[in-house]
Design a binder for this molecule. Sequence first.
Ligand SMILES: Nc1nc2c(c(=O)[nH]1)N[C@H]1C(S)=C(S)[C@@H](COP(=O)(O)OP(=O)(O)OC[C@H]3O[C@@H](n4cnc5c(=O)[nH]c(N)nc54)[C@H](O)[C@@H]3O)O[C@H]1N2
Ligand SMILES: Nc1nc2c(c(=O)[nH]1)N[C@H]1C(S)=C(S)[C@@H](COP(=O)(O)OP(=O)(O)OC[C@H]3O[C@@H](n4cnc5c(=O)[nH]c(N)nc54)[C@H](O)[C@@H]3O)O[C@H]1N2
Ligand SMILES: [Mo]
Length: 761
Amino acid sequence: MTKKRPKGIEKYTAPAGGWGALKAVAETLARQQVIAQGAATLLKANQPEGFDCPGCAWPDPKHTSSFEFCENGAKAITWESTAKRAGPDFFAAHTVAELWQWNDHQLEDQGRLTHPLVYDHASDRYLPIGWEEAFALIGAELRKLPDPDMAEFYTSGRASNEAAFLFQLFVRAYGTNNFPDCSNMCHEATSVGLPHSIGVGKGTVTLEDFDHADAIFSFGHNPGTNHPRMMTTLHDAARRGVPIVVFNPLKERALEKFAAPQNPVEMATMSSTPIASAYHQLRTGGDLAALKGLMKRIFERDDADIAAGGKGFLDREFIEAHTIGLEALKADIAKTEWTSILKRSGLTLEALDSAVDVYLNARNVILCYGMGITQHSHGTANVQQLANFLMLRGNIGRRGAGICPLRGHSNVQGDRTVGITEIPNKALLDGMEKAFSFRPPEEKGHNAIEAIEAIIEGRSKALVCLGGNLAVAISDPEATFEGMRKLDLAVHLATKPNRSHLLIARNSIILPVLGRTDQDIQKTGPQSVTVEDSMSMVHASRGFLKPPGDELRSEPAIIAGIAKATLGAKYDIDWDGMVADYNRIREKIEVVFPDFHDFNTRVRKPGGFRLTVAASDRQWRTPSGKAQFLIAPGLEEDPRLADADTLVLTTLRSHDQYNTTIYSLDDRYRGVFGRRDVIFMNSGDLSARGLADGDKVDIESVAETGSRAVKGFTAVAYDIPVGSIAGYYPEMNRVIALGDYDRRSGTPAYKGVPVKVQKSA
Ligand SMILES: Nc1nc2c(c(=O)[nH]1)N[C@H]1C(S)=C(S)[C@@H](COP(=O)(O)OP(=O)(O)OC[C@H]3O[C@@H](n4cnc5c(=O)[nH]c(N)nc54)[C@H](O)[C@@H]3O)O[C@H]1N2
Ligand SMILES: Nc1nc2c(c(=O)[nH]1)N[C@H]1C(S)=C(S)[C@@H](COP(=O)(O)OP(=O)(O)OC[C@H]3O[C@@H](n4cnc5c(=O)[nH]c(N)nc54)[C@H](O)[C@@H]3O)O[C@H]1N2
Ligand SMILES: [Mo]
């Protein structure tokens, strides 16, 4: 007899993709009331004359013509091109106090913002305001601050290169490097870690490399949900017989089996393709141990082979010519004991050995990874050990091999490339001086955590957000909320209402922006913007839908408006000219970043162009001029886990969400429907606490400072290792301390939160 499961919890047995995905898209179109307009919109995604899908940063086969069906891309597009509107009527009908009680799904589901709004303290409502009036108010408040370092300028990764470039120009001319950005919460461990290893903070592979890979390793990412177009690549590879070795505490359905909606046979016969050839369910946070274990085994087997007269398994030619640090790495790995490797990774020696077999049998290996690697207090160390693992056999800078970080937002990588960084290097400063005849500030500015700390402590008094939902995305929202309510100025450039907009400052302003899918017409005619994908390909994006209203403006136009109102005639910057014709913004980008040479010509070719990734050509822009093996000494257990009762919480995206945007309350592949207030636990961990599937529990953090808790969540028995539990982002952010982050990169440890779980009172 099967036991009765908690409400809304089922076992999902079908493959990922397939007819279920088609059905989900049809439902989304209906919900957003865009059947006629929306369905056609989908066909323009990632086409030569179309717009770049705002869903994810996975590249397209040359952005040329193939239409890749993608359920979650379709959701991202329909969510933006919805027929629903959050106009002045909506804000007149609801006080902010009332809206605060709504959930994140309800807030954004009101639809697109249509008018600039200013908060009115007397009525507790957002009221319409004219654009020029809004700019003047923002300019006056920013000029009033005694020090430009008292303002924070946040960027979320959907902003185009053109918008991000103008934003950093404005902010640097204003006088600060305070650039908190969503990348700080995402792949910062990559941006900080990889340059030390291989001289570049980006991935080294191209889409074509996957056609030549002999094995693919996957650590801590969930492509069926978050990079769905990657499933086409993995599906092809699996069908070619390429082993795909997965390291993930949760059995993610799309990594197990996938039915490609493009494949007529699989669709007609309701069959599917197994994706992972081996699935290693390691402990949450066990990657460092697993990687050290893999390398230890490689060294052992290499030594044994050499002793037996063989040539060994390392790529000695590559190591000799291109790297430094192997001996130190080998010494550190030798010191790391098998007992701690096995205990901390939660994997057996046989499992690790089988992965080593695959690795040593493959000539070309690509390693893909996501947030399961970066969002840990040892995120940077994780990334560097991944690079070591590849370098042992020369798997970087060669066809069919390399490292492939799965980036987040569709242009998060591009925003970084065009100057959104709190640590400007000399080349950036020199380039800005050459292009705009002023020397920008050099001092390091604030990253996301530092910006929030400054806001909480009252050191920063203004926050301008180019998109995003910072207060909800960051750890410790409660402390953040309180801080943000003490600001003098909060400005949000946004497509839809969200909770960050409801944290009322002395002056709060919401400015409605055109999205990717909207037509953007300026003085010289319709404009295109550009974006950079996960594989450093830059291409154009042009929206074509009629904008949701006449009042909306493009991000570049709004940034220019704020800049003019703030800076006055202080600098000779042709804001109006650049907004009238985005080609002129691109001309300036090219001056600041020579890698964009002939930008306007090259970006007009279908598919665009690839930025230089020196490591892809085995040029190492590290201090030593070589690729560097780096060590992460020891494998100490987090002292907070010493108490056997403590569990490690990881926070995940459901299948129906985009970061803090919640499309619906379902998470189909994990068998969760109509709710998000659940916590996934191993049944052993449940019974050890006297709990059963479906019990209500409280989850409390054991972080150093204060104790944070979420209460009344439903425990769900799940296939997850003992000691590891999982819940949804952003609901679980309340138990994550702001101080819990990777000291090297500032990335919050969203995926390794020590907690206690007990039955709700
Ligand atoms: N539809 C959709 N697409 C998106 C997004 C979205 O929210 N929705 N977000 C975008 C953004 S900004 C980003 S950054 C990416 C995120 O894409 P992912 O990196 O796939 O993001 P997560 O959902 O956080 O899932 C991480 C995976 O890591 C696993 N994991 C958790 N902890 C560990 C660990 O300690 N070790 C290992 N090895 N694995 C672990 C989880 O089980 C999960 O499968 O997706 C982008 N694309
Ligand atoms: N616990 C936990 N926390 C996490 C994570 C996690 O895995 N676990 N992941 C982290 C990661 S990887 C990231 S990237 C951050 C995400 O943090 P953010 O990027 O700040 O958050 P989003 O939810 O993507 O932002 C959604 C809002 O962006 C606005 N928006 C959408 N499109 C546009 C546009 O085209 N222009 C403008 N101006 N605005 C737009 C809408 O108003 C929408 O409400 O969250 C981080 N937080
Ligand atoms: Mo992200």
